[in-house]
Design a protein. Sequence first.
Lengths: 332, 280
Amino acid sequence: MSDTAAIEAEGLVKHYGETKALNGLDLTVARGTVYGLLGPNGAGKTTAVRVLATLLRPDGGRARVLGHDVTSQATAVRRVIGLTGQYAALDEYLTGRSNLVMIGELSRLTAKAARRRADELLEQFDLTDAAGRAVKTYSGGMRRRLDLAASLIGHPAVLFLDEPTTGLDPSARALMWDIVRQLVADGTTLLLTTQYLDEADQLADRIAVIDGGKVIAEGTPTELKASMGGQRLLITLAEGSDASAAAAALRPFTTASIIPNEGDRLIEAPVTATDGLATEVVRALDEAGVKVNDIAVRSASLDDVFLTITGHKAEEDAAENAAEKEKQEVQA
Amino acid sequence: MTAVTLSPADLTTERSPFLQFVGDVWVLTKRSLARIRREPETLSNVTIQPVMFILMFAYVFGGAIGIPGGGNYHAYLVGGMLGMSLAQTAPGTAVAVVSDMETGLIDRFRSLPMSRAAVLTARTIADLLTQGIGAAVTALVGLAIGWRIDNGVGHAVEAFALALLFGYAFTWAGVCLGMVLRSAEAAQQTGFIIFLPLTFISSAFVPTQGMPGWLQPVAEWNPMSSLAAACRELFGNPNPAAAVHAWPAQHPELAVVCWSVGMLVVFAPLAVHLYRTKAR
């Protein structure tokens, strides 16, 4: 049992009418790790979480959580998971404490154990002062914390967090990150979807980039960045310079095609870093008659990975994401 | 963060499924009642509204409505109002179900190892309790305007029991409505569109004898008419439906039981089915 993966998904398929929300998704999440699901709008991240958390029945493929099948052994799965969705799933009219006690009792805790756990979690999540207030008076950050606390009340071994920090201000976000790190230190397995690349970079041990309902890249953040050629070359040309001449002169140094932007004065290209690279690049450009205002070599970020793999930027998707979610729910 | 602090003694997983179901229903019924305690104004549909309707019908329309065979309109009115006070909570049930779907609370419940039928059962039980309040308010206002129980307490208890059975069946219809609609506004409006003709094309407020011939069978077979007639008969109030030859008018108590059981048999399993399969 201990060598079973926490989460295993094989060829998951889920249709919404003509739309294939999941199109053969494979996933393996080792116990005690944080796994990040990263993907553009409509990629199937939320659908994947809903299938794994037994809320949706897949049309094809199978998935197991701690060895329990999500369709045929759904109750067993529900005993070991916690789910925090994108919107705080709480009773607005109950107090924070009553919400936790209620979820605790419904998670098969005795009333006494539920009250004890509720007080522990309120303390841990810095909500003790607000415990007696109705949830509708809570701030966004407090709701998220309470929502996360609610999903932890039954001590789940596997926790699903669907975009846990979307819409939070930076300090509330930092607090959530701390909480997540503590959870992992306790041995909880975490599957996290996010639109924030830095969040995946910061928290996840492994990341799956998904698009069109399947995994298109998978690995540790370092592996993903390395697969992009490791380093990026950034050059700002002087006014009036010939960008195509510059691109031609750079071709021997770059590992992939060159992406010029901002009126073709800023050139960005993946390179393999070597000693004296910048010197050689400047010399080559000088020989081509191109004047350089600025040059830098930096490590690839996950943004670069995302852009290269999916062909679009993560931020563009983030904006449409909420609307798409709503559409998916309506179709459901 | 704390280490695992739960022991087997903290869990209720060893209890029988039935006890787990009862426990879940109890927890969730408390939740609905807690909301009423925090916001008593949510009870206005079973407190202020019946008072308003009774007074309006008794003093505005009442004088213009004649009862075939004679009798006091105020005494006639209460039997019909009872059905209205109870059935009109169904749109509220639908709104509550839609809200829980919208906030994601039902998704959370679905992800818990709890009983599948408990969420909806608890909703209907909480609503049955508010319907009890509605019935009491209706009876009290009725007493104030001159309605009396003229056929013994036993029959009166039977009338209230029938009314609550009828109301409970409507609650399950409300749950189904909430499960298939997508917003609280839609639930409110659809509830109103179904509920208004159901209440008014019946003998709840006016005898069916005055309606056009083509409409009379509709009103006579309307479950609202059966409940009104059953209550009037059991309370010993004026009941012009006794002179109507349609089967439900001749056997109003049996008709109420048939309608209620029929609705329960259709809507309760349908609601649970929708709950299980929605978005699956």
